[in-house]
Design a protein around this ligand. Structure first.
Ligand SMILES: [Zn+2]
Length: 234
């Protein structure tokens, strides 16, 4: 994957180590290629995009044939999103972003702990190789995976195949939040997102050092199916 060269750049802060080919690629590709890539600026663009979505005024950036042509030479996404596989939560649409803007990993239940190498490795790749500055864990209201974890909290072998493992992996979030006041499902959805955010913030050896160096920010959000709004978790 060529991670070592990119990691040297990330963690040394030395722009001179960037290969010229990569530097020129960055300048030419992605609809946000020339804009501010600081974590806060990227987060601001996602929040702005979600405002467009909520208001029904999508701008549909980066979706023309010319955009695709430029992107065929390489990608330069600004953020990585770990979202739920739920068909109602498509990140590019609800954040009003273009092709090439977001590196998206979607797994039912949007969790990191226990998700194995494919989820962690994908997010590490986004940081180390693609240089994203924002990682967002995006949960959503009425999440079926979290609902199942609540429903089957005390069951053993309640669900067929790997669904059972998936649901079991989310159960700690349910247990963590079960005595809190308010709606049990909403609390568990938030706890599940927060657990993933915390896991990513401490995920060695790629993400945690980038977070400590201030090069990458990890945030959590919950998408409301009814309003279309993403609420960031503190
Ligand atoms: Zn879900």
């Amino acid at each position: 994957m060529g991670i070592p060269s990119r990691r040297r750049f990330l963690f040394s802060g030395g722009a001179a180590l960037v290969a010229p080919s990569f530097a020129s690629l960055v300048a030419q590709t992605g609809s946000h290629a020339t804009s501010d890539r600081s974590p806060d600026a990227v987060l601001h663009r996602l929040i702005e995009g979600n405002r467009h979505f909520v208001a029904g005024s999508l701008t549909h950036p980066g979706r023309t044939p010319n955009d695709f042509k430029a992107l065929s030479q390489g990608q330069n996404p600004m953020a990585a999103i770990l979202g739920c596989a739920d068909s109602r939560v498509p990140p590019e649409i609800l954040f009003d972003q273009g092709v090439g803007d977001l590196f998206v990993i979607r797994v039912a239940g949007n969790y990191v702990n226990g998700a194995g190498a494919s989820v962690k490795g994908s997010l590490e790749y986004a940081v180390a190789e693609l240089g994203v500055t924002l990682l967002m864990v995006l949960g959503h209201s009425q999440c079926g995976a979290v609902k199942a974890a609540i429903q089957h909290l005390n069951d053993k072998d309640a669900l067929p195949g790997a669904i059972n493992d998936l649901v079991n992996t989310i159960k700690p979030a349910v247990l963590e939040s079960k005595d809190k006041p308010g709606d049990a499902l909403e609390n568990a959805i938030r706890a599940n997102v927060k657990r993933s955010v915390e896991r990513l913030q401490t995920l060695e050896p790629v993400v945690a050092p980038a977070v400590h160096a201030g090069k990458v920010k990890v945030v959590g959000g919950v998408y409301d199916l009814a309003s279309g709004k993403v609420q960031l978790l503190s």
